[in-house]
Ligand binder design. Sequence first.
Ligand code: FAD
Length: 397
Amino acid sequence: MAAQQQRKILIAGAGLGGLAAASFLIQDGHQVEVYEQAPRLEEIGAGIQISANAMHALRHLGLEPAIRKVGVHPGAYVFRLHDTGEEIQRFALSAEHERLHGAPYTQMHRADFHAILADKLRSLDPNAIRLGKRVVGFTEDADGVTLQLADGTDARGDVLIGADGLKSAVRRKIAGEVPANYTGDAAWRITVPVERLPQPFLEPVMSVFMGPGGHAVCYYVRSGTIMNFVGLHETDDILEESWTVKLPWERLKADFKGWHPAIQAIIDAADKDQCYRWSLHNRLPIDNWSTARATLLGDSAHATLPYLAQGAVMAIEDGAVLMRALRQESDIAAALQLYQRNRIDRTARIVLQSSENRRRFHLGSEAAIRAEFAKANEGADRNKWLYSYNPMTVPLV
Ligand code: FAD
């Protein structure tokens, strides 16, 4: 569908959120320029889970076949004890998730997903992405917005979208500094080719091992050929909030000492110089992320802990809703308010529930884990509002 009015839209950041938004907007008739600080487009070696609520929007871009090709649809979500591996709870994903929510639940390698989004954008406009362009600020007036870049150049457009992640320069200008508090958790990430693992190995489900002071998430990516491991470990050793911090393999091994043999096998099979650790920080939701011509999207608007696997999913939902708001309202400021109004409560709810989910994953003792999981399945209601949301059809009011 053609946009009501073609706009020139500037996007800061070519992460998963910025790339998806750029494609939504170009496909809808706008002109888009994406300014990315990195000299090359790339994603880290880790997995990402994309639930039905984002897949509805990715379908709008025609990306479902490419995603199905590289993705894995896990049969279930399985919670286990950290040492024996005993199953505590299981709920169906795969066909059941698709039946309930209208689209699949997919686990992918981030690099594969990023490449799919970048290829889509390039197919719509080969010149949309500008690399090596760090955004340092912006100004706006009645006629437009000017993006300021670290190399001394600038760019002029009608609208600016800050999709520049956790430490967003655009957010700083709109909302000031947003405090980030260390959660007490560090997240290890490694990926391991399946042929290095003993066979038969873990079934193709999303396995969450829960233990004292941490939990470990294991799932397959890249059509089942790679095992993705994220190990959450409570520690006072606060390092950077980034996937680029490499630490010695021996520390990873020590942090999961005594855990189930499957966890040991994954850690033992990792490349010893490829163990990364992210110090997880919490940010409270903010109540305004737009001006008359600039807005935010993804982690810059509503950074979240990963305990519901919804950060990138929300960024994709944002892009779809923003596209629809610009269709619905011809006045830019009104469109940005419509977008924000329709996103702010839902994203805040997800951010707060992700923080709450940390408690569930870090109960400490086996008795506490059993007691928690014996309660009525509190996740069932949440899964309904979380996954059944369709950003392409939800009424914008
Ligand atoms: P980013 O991916 O951070 O992209 C921001 C981009 O902006 C980057 O390319 C960056 O280089 C660029 N940039 C930054 N500053 C500037 C600047 N000043 N100028 C120009 N460019 C700039 N989410 C899920 O949906 N599912 C999951 O399974 C999941 N698992 C996770 C597991 C862990 C352990 C963690 C830590 C996060 C997880 N997430 C998950 C969250 C997800 O990774 C993020 O929410 C998502 O990447 C946010 O996308 P984004 O585009 O907003 O930001």
